[in-house]
Design a protein around this ligand. Structure first.
Ligand SMILES: Cc1ncc(COP(=O)(O)O)c(C=O)c1O
Length: 415
């Protein structure tokens, strides 16, 4: 099938396209400026690390971050918390669904999405994805007809889901939408930020995200009661929830809700607040890099780049394409060949890779991979064909050209 010997692929001992490491967050690739470092150090020196200290809300780093996030995204309320997973769980908890409710989410997502549904005490109901790895709206309708009480939409690997269609369907069935916008912090659909279409939007500030504070997260909502409940659940006890409101808080009894201790701290909030000021510059770099690569890979036979649901409706921090009609082991070979060329790539369906973006690996839901695949055959097929490459904001045009050259070189060796 592959004639790699003659093509000089690095995987067979030929010279690689590049020898410099492909920049990724887990190798220390960060988007940080001296101002960001100074903000975190200043917070350390202030010796007030807990968010609910003696100062008024708007004088704390976390309070200021929340106000800046709300202004940046154009929503009424923001709540900083411990992670993206807990932001999704807080959003679901705050909706006040019956415990154990079925909650729809796409089958192509990071394991944290169904985990957050479980953490909130509910039951994930997985929905098929289409050939572009977007939530399939027709299959979502099936899940709603089967009784899903909420929808968690995921903008997986930075690509917006079809929110207008999903929100229309949600309205029709009278269920709320929580957006898992963790992989898409800063991306827009039309002129509106992802994470502001649903009842709640959830984000992460873990190191691989557009705001990198190591760990962390936040949620957005326009609904004061949902916000008040999320604030209490996150760990605002003894009336501290009221500090989040200018006037009287909504009538939420904080002693009637459990508190889960998943707050954000002042040091992390200082760093996030500073990074937020440079977010537009970072987003422009992501788009520049993605467009550079995508334009040069467009039209290669058997390589299907993900199509966005609308022009520019992606973040651009990952390149995901499908090798059409390829079996998972062929895709695994393709990714290995790219790695040998100096580009970090993963085939999502690689049988040798326990990738947690691959739903049939979720043994906390499925007893075995075959049952999982049989339950969601279309997503199994498309995820099995997907190759995923991280695109750092720090990539320059030469790095992007290396990526294009490597994909073309490996592609040329396909039969
Ligand atoms: C789609 C998605 N949801 C949720 C999460 C979880 O975020 P965190 O690691 O901050 O909990 C991730 C992490 O990458 C993710 O990709």
């Amino acid at each position: 099938m592959f004639t790699s010997q003659e093509t000089g692929l690095a995987v067979d001992g030929g010279p690689p396209i590049r020898t410099a490491p492909w920049p990724t967050y887990d190798k220390g690739d960060v988007f940080i400026s001296p101002e960001d470092e100074a903000a975190a150090i200043q917070a350390l020196r202030e010796r007030l690390y807990f968010r609910y200290d003696h100062r008024p809300y708007e004088e704390t780093r976390t309070g200021r971050l929340e106000l800046s996030l709300a202004a940046h995204f154009g929503v009424r309320h923001a709540l900083a918390c411990a992670s993206g997973t807990t932001a999704i769980a807080l959003g679901l908890l705050a909706l006040g669904l019956e415990p154990g409710s079925p909650v729809a989410c796409p089958a192509f997502t990071f394991a944290a999405t169904p985990s957050a549904i479980l953490l909130a005490g509910h039951r994930p109901l997985l929905v098929e994805c289409d050939a572009d790895l977007h939530l399939d709206v027709t299959d979502l309708k099936r899940a709603l007809a089967e009784g899903a009480k909420a929808i968690v939409v995921v903008h997986m690997r930075g690509f917006a889901s079809d929110l207008p269609a999903i929100c229309r369907l949600a309205d029709e069935y009278g269920v709320p939408v929580v957006e898992d916008a963790v992989p898409a912090l800063g991306a827009r659909l039309g002129d509106r930020h992802l994470g502001t279409f649903g009842h709640v939007g959830a984000f992460s500030t873990q190191s691989d995200k557009s705001l990198n504070t190591g760990e962390g997260g936040f949620l957005l909502t326009d609904d004061p009661e949902t916000y008040a409940r999320a604030v209490v659940y996150s760990g605002a006890y003894e009336s501290r929830m009221a500090r989040h409101f200018d006037g009287a808080p909504p009538p939420v009894d904080d002693l009637a809700l459990p508190i889960f201790g998943i707050r954000m701290d002042e040091i992390r909030a200082a760093l996030a607040g500073s990074l937020l000021e440079r977010l537009p510059a970072r987003l422009a770099l992501h788009h520049r890099n993605y467009d550079h690569v995508a334009e040069r890979l467009e039209g290669l036979d058997r390589i299907a780049l993900r199509r966005p649901v609308a022009p520019h409706a992606y973040l651009g921090e990952a390149l995901v394409f499908r090798l059409e009609d390829a079996a998972p082991d062929q895709c695994a070979w393709f990714a290995r060949a790219l790695c040998a060329e100096g580009i970090d790539a993963r085939a999502l369906g690689d049988p040798a890779d326990p990738n947690v973006r691959t739903f049939w690996n979720w043994r906390f839901i499925f007893d075995d991979p075959a049952t999982a695949r049989a339950a969601l055959p279309r997503t199994a097929r498309y995820v099995g064909q997907a190759v995923d490459i991280p695109l750092s904001a720090n990539l320059g045009p030469d790095d992007c050209d290396d990526l294009v050259a490597a994909v073309r070189k490996v592609h040329a060796a396909l039969d």
